[in-house]
Design a protein around this ligand. Structure first.
Ligand SMILES: C[S@@+](CC[C@H](N)C(=O)[O-])C[C@H]1O[C@@H](n2cnc3c(N)ncnc32)[C@H](O)[C@@H]1O
Length: 232
């Protein structure tokens, strides 16, 4: 989301500060940025990301296993859409985003949300093999070390379970890739940062086996599904 909200400003003093660039987005920077974004997140980002979020939850709902970890759960926009047979644990670094997620769960009575915890997705306190599925929606391009995030998700998901990401990824060459590189130079005026490469998240051995589906709008986002191999 750093990319999406890059340099966003309403011009008001109390408006959210632009989140720092991805490389600078350590835990404290994330908390600071999302303290301010929490107030307007659903309105500013909820719409454009809706299809990607719904596709990811739909995919989770169709997978075997009931214990689901949602990392970077944010304001909890996905929470109402899980099947009630899925038991959801949500984590996020930002207590302000989590407050909104908790309120959503309270108002909606989503009793299948087991817990919402303040925790770093790159270094959780969960035991190995705690979950059947982990899903990260619009988070991979926000964390400082995407490969570390992937390693942690592989640790906490049981062998044979699934790890899902939905995000915007830089197109691998071609016209769209060229356009995205060009767009990245204009990210200040675009309001998002289009050049987060999938290679920054997935090592080559996962790139070749991941199941990738473009999602609307215009295939701008990609849903990545990765089975957690026993040898991982
Ligand atoms: C763009 S928002 C996405 C929120 C939600 N997944 C959605 O689909 O609306 C990114 C979220 O990731 C959280 N986040 C960023 N880095 C994190 C980390 N290392 N661990 C846990 N959450 C993190 C932020 O606090 C923020 O709530």
């Amino acid at each position: 989301m750093t990319d999406v909200f890059q340099n966003y400003s309403s011009g008001r003093d109390d408006a959210p500060m632009p989140p720092p660039s991805r490389s600078a987005l350590d835990a404290e920077a994330v908390k600071l940025a999302y303290r301010r974004w929490a107030k307007v997140y659903d309105v500013v980002f909820g719409g454009v990301s809706r299809f990607g979020r719904l596709r990811a939850v739909e995919a989770v709902n169709g997978l075997p296993g009931s214990d689901v970890l949602e990392v970077g759960v944010g304001t909890g926009l996905a929470l109402p859409h899980y099947k009630t047979s899925k038991s959801i644990t949500g984590i996020d670094l930002s207590s302000d985003m989590l407050d909104r997620a908790r309120e959503r769960v309270r108002v909606g009575g989503h009793s299948n949300v087991r817990s919402l915890l303040e925790m770093d997705a790159e270094e959780t306190s969960f035991e190995d093999n705690s979950f059947d599925i982990a899903v990260a929606m619009f988070v991979a391009s926000v964390v400082p070390h995407p490969r570390k995030l992937l390693r942690e998700l592989k640790r906490v998901v049981r062998p044979g379970g699934y790890i899902l990401f939905v995000n915007h990824f830089l197109a691998p060459g071609g016209v769209r890739g060229s356009v995205e590189h060009a767009m990245a130079r204009a990210s200040r005026s675009l309001g998002w940062h289009p050049d987060f490469a999938m290679e920054a998240l997935l090592p080559p051995e996962d790139m070749v086996r991941a199941y990738m589906q473009p999602v609307p709008p215009l295939g701008l986002f990609t849903l990545v599904t990765l089975e957690n191999l026993p040898s991982d």
